[in-house]
Design a binder for this molecule. Structure first.
Ligand SMILES: NC(=O)C1=CN([C@@H]2O[C@H](COP(=O)(O)OP(=O)(O)OC[C@H]3O[C@@H](n4cnc5c(N)ncnc54)[C@H](O)[C@@H]3O)[C@@H](O)[C@H]2O)C=CC1
Ligand SMILES: C[N+](C)(C)CC(=O)CC(=O)[O-]
Length: 617
C-alpha cells in the first residue's frame, strides 16, 4: 500500500495519493486493520538514513539490455494461462424418463458399509479436484454445477427435464460473469461439463455426487438409492435438501455412511454457506471429508450439531417468512414494502454481523445481558405469538404473485439474477477489503480462497517469465470521466502487487506486527494502454535490485489479451516503524529476497526501467 496505511483500497478514497507529500511516505496495513499508523510524522530523510547508501546491488546476473521501444498497447506474448486452456462443453443425451429409476427399496433402517471399506475417497478427503456428478440440474443443481466447474471439477449432470441443459447453461453463464468480477486471483481451468443420458452414467467414476432433485421424500429416497447402487463405493454423497432429515433419506441405502445433507443457499455459486447435517448412519469421517471438500470449493461448511428438520438457516428464514406472509395477508404491508423494510435496515446488518453480535451492540455498553433484560420480555407480548401459518389459498397466492410481478416490472429472471449477483459480489468484495484487506466474514473467506488460488497459480509460473502476482477485474467504480480506469487505481494495483511480493518474502502482516516493514519511497508509473470496465487484468513483478535495506521493483500490468497497459518502478525501504528509521531487514527476509532476486536475474532488463518523466528514448 503506497499511502494512507490501512486505508481501504476499494473505498474510492484515493485523494491522498494525489496529495502525496514526502512526510507521508508509508506503506503497509496496520495489523489492527483500518487504524493505520500515522506515517504523517515520519521524516523521509531520516528514513532514507542519510547519507545515501552505496548504489543498489543489481539482481545478480542481470544485464541492462537494449530493447526497441514497445509501441503503446502492443500485445505481449500470452502467458500459458490455465484459464485459456478451458475445455469445451460436453455431450448431450438426456434420458427424458423421470421415473426410469429402480423402485425404492422397502426395508427400513440403515445398512452398514462392509467393514474395512473406505467411506469416501481420499481425493475428496484432501480437498483435491476430481469428477463430480450432479443429479438434478434445476435452480440449485445448476448452481452446484457452476461452483464445481468453476473450481476445476469435471461435472456430469443427470436431469431428465427437457429444459435442463438450457437452464444449466444460463446459470453457468451468470456464474462465470459473477466469478470474473468476484475474484482478484487467477481462476483454475474450468472443468468439463457433460450431460449424461442416465443417472448411472452420470455417477460412474464420480468422487462426489450432489443430489438436488425436487423436495419429495419418496423421489429423494429412490434417487439416493440409485446413486448409492451405481456410484463408486467410496464416493461421497451430498443432498441439497432444505429440510428433510438425513436419517430419513438414508433409508434403503446400502452405504448410508457416506451420505450427508449439504444444504446450500441460492445462488450456490456465490453464497458460501453450506450446512452439513449427519444422519444416524452417517460415518464421522464422511462429515470430515465433506467439510474438506466444500471448503476446497470456497465454501463455509457449518456442521449442524444434531439433525432437525430444516436445519438452522431455514428455521430462521421460515420464521421471518411466516410473519411476512401474515403481514401481506392482513394488508399491513405489501411485498415491496416488506422487502424495503428488510433491505434498508437489518438486511444490511445481517450480511456483516449476523443476529447476536448485532444485538450485542444494540445492548449498548452493558452489552448482551442488558439487551436480553430490556427486550426479552417482549417475546411474551402478543405480537410474537403468531406461530401459526396463513393459509396459502388461491387468493393469497394471487395477491402475493400480483404484488411480486409489480415489484419486478419487466425484468427477466436472468436479469434479476444478474442484479442480485452484482450486488452480492459488491458486498462480498467490500467485506474482503475490511480490516486492512484481511477481510471480514464472507470477505475473509474470499481472501482465503484467493490466496489458495494464487499459490496454485504461482506453482504453474514459467521460470522464464516474471512471476504473475495479482489477477482482477476492473470494477465500475474504478472508471473515470474518460471512460477508462482512473489513474490512482493503477497505483492501487501496483501497491497490491508489491504487497503480494512482500508476503512472498515473509514481510507480510505478521512481519509488520513485529514492528518492521517496507515503505514505498518512490514510484514511477508509465501508462501505455487503457483498461475498461469489466476487463480482466493481471500484474507481474520482478526484483531489479536489492540490498539489506532496499528493494527496487518493476511491475507490469497486463490486460487479459496480453497487452501491456502500464508499468511501475518502485523503491522500497526497510524500516523500524517504531523508531521511524531505515534499518536492515531480517536475515530470513533477506535470504528469501536474495533467492527471488537470483531467480529473476536472468530476465531481460525492462526497457521502461530507470526512466525520468518525459524522457524520450
Ligand atoms: N430453490 C432454493 O432456493 C433451494 C432449494 N434447495 C433444495 O434443492 C433441491 C432442488 O431444488 P430446486 O433446484 O429449487 O428445484 P428445481 O425444481 O428448480 O429443480 C429440480 C430439478 O430436478 C430435476 N429432476 C426431477 N426428477 C429427477 C430425477 N429423477 N433425477 C434427476 N433430476 C430430476 C428436475 O427436472 C429439475 O430440473 C431441493 O431439495 C430443495 O429443497 C436448497 C436450497 C435452496
Ligand atoms: C426456500 N428454501 C427453503 C428452499 C430456501 C433454502 O433452502 C435456502 C435459501 O437459499 O434461502
Amino acid at each position: 500500500m503506497a499511502e494512507g496505511a490501512g486505508r481501504d483500497r476499494r473505498s474510492g478514497d484515493g485523494a491522498a495519493l494525489h496529495g502525496h507529500s514526502l512526510g507521508r511516505a508509508g506503506r503497509h496495513r496496520h495489523p489492527e486493520g483500518d487504524r493505520g499508523p500515522d506515517a504523517g510524522g515520519l521524516d523521509l530523510f531520516r528514513l532514507l538514513d542519510r547519507p545515501q547508501p552505496a548504489p543498489l546491488r543489481r539482481a545478480r546476473g542481470a544485464r541492462r539490455r537494449q530493447h526497441p521501444r514497445r509501441a503503446r498497447g502492443q500485445h505481449l506474448a500470452r502467458h500459458g494461462r490455465a484459464r485459456d486452456q478451458r475445455r469445451a462443453g460436453g455431450t448431450r443425451g438426456l434420458d427424458r424418463d423421470r421415473d426410469g429409476l429402480p423402485p425404492a427399496r422397502t426395508g427400513r433402517g440403515p445398512r452398514k458399509a462392509p467393514a474395512g471399506a473406505p467411506v469416501v475417497s481420499a481425493r475428496v478427503e484432501t480437498g483435491g479436484i476430481g469428477k463430480a456428478a450432479c443429479v438434478g440440474g434445476g435452480v440449485i443443481g445448476a448452481g452446484w454445477v457452476a461452483r464445481l466447474l468453476l473450481s476445476g471439477w469435471d461435472v456430469a449432470v443427470y436431469d431428465p427435464g427437457p429444459e435442463a441443459e438450457r437452464v444449466v447453461g444460463e446459470v453457468l453463464a451468470n456464474a462465470e460473469r459473477a466469478h470474473a468480477a468476484l475474484f482478484d486471483a487467477p481462476l483454475p481451468p474450468k472443468g468439463r461439463l457433460t450431460f449424461a443420458a442416465s443417472l448411472e452414467a452420470a455417477v460412474a467414476g464420480a468422487d462426489f455426487i450432489q443430489e438436488s432433485v425436487p423436495e419429495r421424500i419418496d423421489l429423494k429416497r429412490r434417487v439416493l438409492q440409485a446413486i448409492d447402487a451405481a456410484a463408486p463405493a467410496e464416493a461421497l454423497i451430498g443432498s441439497s435438501t432444505s429440510g428433510l432429515l438425513p436419517s430419513d433419506l438414508q433409508e434403503g441405502m446400502t452405504r448410508p455412511g457416506r451420505l450427508v445433507v449439504a444444504h446450500p443457499f441460492n445462488p450456490v455459486y456465490l453464497l458460501p454457506l453450506v450446512e452439513i447435517v449427519a444422519g444416524k448412519a452417517t460415518a464421522p469421517e464422511a462429515v470430515e471429508r465433506a467439510k474438506a471438500l466444500y471448503a476446497a470449493l470456497g465454501m463455509k461448511p457449518v456442521v449442524i450439531r444434531r439433525e432437525i428438520e430444516a436445519f438452522v438457516g431455514d428455521r430462521l428464514l421460515e420464521a421471518l417468512w411466516r410473519e411476512a406472509l401474515w403481514l401481506v395477508n392482513d394488508d399491513v404491508a405489501s411485498v415491496g414494502e416488506i422487502d424495503d423494510i428488510i433491505r434498508y435496515s437489518f438486511g444490511l446488518r445481517w450480511a456483516q454481523m449476523g443476529l447476536f453480535q448485532t444485538y450485542r451492540i444494540a445492548g449498548g455498553e452493558a452489552g448482551m445481558r442488558h439487551f436480553l433484560a430490556q427486550f426479552g420480555p417482549a417475546l411474551k407480548w402478543p405480537w410474537t405469538h403468531l406461530t401459526d401459518v396463513p393459509d396459502l389459498d388461491e387468493a393469497l397466492v394471487e395477491k402475493i404473485g400480483r404484488q411480486s410481478d409489480a415489484q419486478t416490472g419487466d425484468l427477466t429472471l436472468r436479469e434479476l439474477e444478474r442484479i442480485r449477483d452484482d450486488n452480492l459480489v459488491a458486498t462480498i468484495r467490500a467485506l474482503a477489503a475490511r480490516r486492512g484487506g484481511a477481510g471480514w466474514g464472507a470477505g475473509a473467506l474470499l481472501r482465503d480462497q484467493e490466496e489458495r488460488l494464487r499459490s496454485a497459480a504461482r506453482g504453474a509460473n514459467e521460470p522464464a517469465e516474471p512471476p504473475r502476482m495479482l489477477d482482477g477485474t476492473v470494477p465500475p467504480e474504478w472508471i473515470d470521466y474518460n471512460g477508462h480506469m482512473t489513474e490512482h487505481r493503477y497505483l492501487q494495483v501496483f501497491g497490491d502487487t508489491t504487497d503480494a511480493l512482500l508476503a512472498k518474502i515473509g514481510a507480510g502482516p505478521d512481519y509488520v506486527a513485529t514492528g518492521h516493514s517496507y515503505y514505498t519511497v518512490e514510484s514511477h508509473i508509465m501508462h501505455l494502454g487503457e483498461m475498461k470496465r469489466g476487463e480482466r487484468f493481471h500484474s507481474t513483478t520482478r526484483i531489479l535490485a536489492s540490498d539489506e535495506k532496499r528493494i527496487r521493483l518493476f511491475h507490469r500490468l497486463h490486460r487479459a489479451d496480453g497487452a501491456l497497459v502500464a508499468t511501475a518502478e518502485q523503491m522500497l525501504l526497510h524500516v523500524d516503524a517504531k523508531a521511524g528509521r531505515a534499518c536492515p531487514a531480517s536475515d530470513g527476509i533477506r535470504a528469501a529476497l536474495d533467492a527471488l532476486a537470483r531467480a529473476h536475474a536472468g530476465l531481460p532488463w525492462p526497457a521502461e526501467a530507470g526512466r525520468f518523466v518525459g524522457e524520450r528514448r
